[in-house]
Design a protein around this ligand. Sequence first.
Ligand code: GLY
Length: 382
Amino acid sequence: MIQFQDAEADRALFEHALEFAEKQVASLIRLHPMYYPLYTQQGKWKHEGQAWTHWCDGFLPGMMWIFEARHNKASDEAKFWLENAIRYTEPLEPRKFDRDVHDLGFIFLSSYYRWYRLTREPRLNDVLIQAGRTLALRFQDKGQYLSSFVAANSLFIDIMMNVGIIFYAARETNDATLREIALRHCYTTRRYLVRGDGSTAHEGLFDLDTGEFLRQSTHQGWRGDSCWSRGLTWSLYGFTTAYEFSRDPHFLGTAQACADYYIAHTPAGGVPPWDFNAPLERRTQVDTSAAAIAAAGLLRLCRHVPDPAKGHFYWSTALRILETLARDYLAEGDPSWEGILKGGVYHIHKNLGVNESVMWGEYFFVEALDEALRRLQAAGVR
Ligand code: GLY
């Protein structure tokens, strides 16, 4: 159900933010052709800072596919974005065999999947299916999980955003083994990384010989027993996707538990600290990318919850988050800043991309703005 109060103001604010996003992406690709950035340094995309892991290449073309779809097909803008979306998506194809990362969902669902949805060309679907099969090779039979890029004994909450490509490949090929791998990974993650209060751990460590779960741990969060805010939002969004593919109500319940934890522990504007449990003096840094992912995830989750009042609550929370991001964190006031959203964090302990623009924050912000605008428009808000 759409709440109409302030909806017209939201529509204007979100359209303005999307126009700014288009302008920033157009300027990025003009300044640095065929460069796929991860995070800014003092607002600049090109620098020598390390990647840590190579997972963001789908997000830049992903935004271009979204921009393309927003314009009239015959317009110069649509042609510009289509041409560039293809130019930036095609080079990703060899990554369908990449066994070094757990991120093939991030890379291909943002790029090739959007391209395939537009054209329905079978060769594009084949790329998606291969990416799903490759990711499934990370399955650890003893612990029943897809291992993270750091080691075979490591399970990351982030992988919930990637397991969708295995569900997808399973559905497209009618492959029951692939589907079982995806389901088992979700059950293991739910059991060991999502806590009773809906908070999440970043990483779980297993004994490779026995498959026994040993303990919760972290790389990007404050501690193994804390709740790293971006991990929580990967879980919120990822379990919603798992529910969409499987219709298993446990996954819907888990996504809701994560959403409820997020809402209960985040300040009123909807932008969380980088870790909910970092000591007060270390908690002042927000992570706007977590907020953007939460908004995008809530916009999907709100469609599935059986209680209409709860669904409406998630919808209006998503709008509130987007309002805060578009009003208080847009880089618009700073002409030297190359990103869209300020206040993102990549890896605080390695000092990578702290209080900067981050590519996934940009992508999920654009996705959520686009989705919110589509629904407002469908509800007749002008
Ligand atoms: N590696 C995924 C993230 O930083 O959230």
